[in-house]
Design a protein around this ligand. Structure first.
Ligand SMILES: [Zn+2]
Length: 491
């Protein structure tokens, strides 16, 4: 954060008002209005055709998959979906927009009036409204560097022209940079769960613009807003908002007026710079796209999309916390992606004790991965391996000490649990008299603990179990050992 001359008292006099506009690229095979591949990273200008180049006479044909994805996203964000929406031309010239207009939606977007709940600073939940979600196409890319003559030339890559987007516009309900961060985090999570986008910010599949203004607390009327454009991480959005709020308060406090303008965040300087003022702002002269009929969604189509909605991430976490007795942090780990949560739950449900699967995955596997700085997908132990381990433990066929040793071997050898277990088949002492002999020794060596046990401190039985397990080098059958220890102590 840039140094500020503002005291906390001055900052507290003002209330920030924040609204976010998020552009999300949809994961369709082909573009929004033509059959060109919708793929990041292809050689420049190889996925183009007369339609996405806007050549005279070329006509757009709407991609049904894009409509499915936009509808799914809208439903997941609790929006009302319009049965009849209208595509419109948004007219502006830019070198990477050869048509001279972008097909978008204007006064009749596909969806409106959604919301996302975020945690507020006081621990309660705050609902951030979503004004609208509309469909549009992306523009191409101007490449200003990376070529030998980049100092004097700009190159154009039109592969991205016409790729399908949804723009999600929030209500100006956000009051702090932290709320903005939470909103974006949840929005991304919901979209990822819904599977409509990969939300990869580095590749530009999710882009965020923030509108921010300040007003004296208690004042109804909004202050003049600035728009901070294309900030490429949620952390930077938070930083940019913090900077911008202080900048605007400083402007107001010094008796000046905040100018309505577009500003760019510079992450290296940690400040925003003015890009263009309102005088240069565009008038897009929207009008209905004459080459596309109104988009009409049938009840059947909407019902199908509703049926495809996944359990929302927040609800899933709450259910899993109860079902597997998890804390919030562990639930977050297990639901980090829908794919991972699905794999975990599919496996856990086949185990005798699903909670134990969660527990082993988080503690034993999670701990080893963390120590080796590995991600979950690099784990040598599969979900099926964890289920097998959990069941063996439950059946008393291996002790927890043996389990730890087997997991260690898995990580040393890079092998799954089943293979290591088959090879090692840890010896178990199931001979009652052998275990009893060991218990007798431990009892004889610890008269004080025996006295405590007989005086009513039953939990001390665990001490004897532990001692015998140690003496047996972890090989005593745990179920049998437990039973025999209690029997001996009670006799
Ligand atoms: Zn095309």
């Amino acid at each position: 954060m840039a140094a500020t001359a503002l005291s906390p008292e001055v900052l507290a006099k003002y209330e920030p008002v924040i609204g976010l506009e998020v552009h999300v690229q949809l994961l369709t095979e082909t573009k929004a209005f033509c059959g060109c591949a919708n793929k990041f990273g292809a050689a420049p200008n190889t996925n183009i055709c007369p339609v996405c180049l806007g050549l005279p006479g070329a006509l757009p044909v709407l991609n049904e998959k894009a409509v499915e994805f936009a509808t799914l996203a809208a439903l997941a964000l609790k929006c009302e979906v319009r049965e009849r929406s209208i595509f419109a031309r948004k007219n502006y010239f830019y070198p990477d927009l050869p048509k001279g207009y972008q097909i978008s939606q204007f006064d009749k977007p596909i969806a409106e009036h959604g919301w996302i709940d975020v945690p507020a600073a006081d621990g309660s939940t705050k609902r951030i409204g979503i004004t609208r979600l509309h469909m549009e196409e992306d523009a191409g890319k101007s490449i200003h560097d990376g070529y030998p003559d980049s100092a004097t030339r700009t190159y154009l890559d039109l592969n991205r022209c016409g790729t399908p987007l949804v723009e999600i516009v929030s209500e100006p309900d956000i009051r702090t940079p932290d709320e903005a961060f939470e909103y974006l985090t949840r929005l991304k999570e919901i979209l990822l769960y819904t599977g409509v986008s990969d939300c990869n910010m580095e590749e530009g599949s999710l882009r965020c613009d923030a509108n921010v203004s300040v007003r004296p607390r208690g004042q109804e009327k909004f202050g003049t807003k600035a728009e901070v454009k294309n900030v490429n991480s949620f952390r930077f959005v938070r930083d940019a908002l913090e900077y911008e709020i202080e900048r605007q308060i400083q402007v107001v406090e010094s008796g000046d007026k905040v100018v309505q303008e577009t500003r760019l965040w510079n992450a290296n300087d940690r400040r925003t710079y003015s890009m263009r003022s309102k005088e240069q702002a565009h008038d897009y002269r929207y009008f209905p796209e004459p080459d596309l009929p109104p988009l009409v969604l049938t009840q059947e189509f909407l019902a199908q999309r509703s049926g495809e909605l996944p359990e929302p991430p927040e609800a899933r976490r709450a259910r899993m916390i109860a079902e597997y007795e998890l804390n919030e942090k562990d639930a977050r780990t297990l639901t980090a992606s829908r794919e991972f949560a699905d794999r975990f739950e599919a496996a856990a449900r086949t185990a005798k004790n699903p909670r134990r699967v969660a527990n082993l995955l988080l503690s034993e596997i999670g701990g080893r991965l963390k120590a080796l700085n590995l991600e979950q997908e690099n784990s040598p132990v599969s979900m099926a391996g964890i289920v097998l381990a959990a069941d063996l433990l439950d059946e008393g066929k291996i002790s927890s000490k043996q389990l730890k040793q087997l997991f260690d071997l898995c990580f040393e050898e890079g092998e799954d649990f089943a293979a290591v277990y088959e090879r090692e088949k840890p010896e178990q002492i199931t001979d009652t008299s052998a275990i009893e002999a060991m218990i007798d020794e431990v009892i004889a060596a610890n008269p004080k603990q025996v006295e405590q046990y007989r005086a009513g401190k039953k939990t001390i039985a665990g001490f004897f179990v532990g001692q015998v397990m140690k003496a047996s080098k972890g090989q005593a059958n745990p179920a049998l050992l437990n039973e025999l220890v209690t029997k001996k102590l009670d006799s």
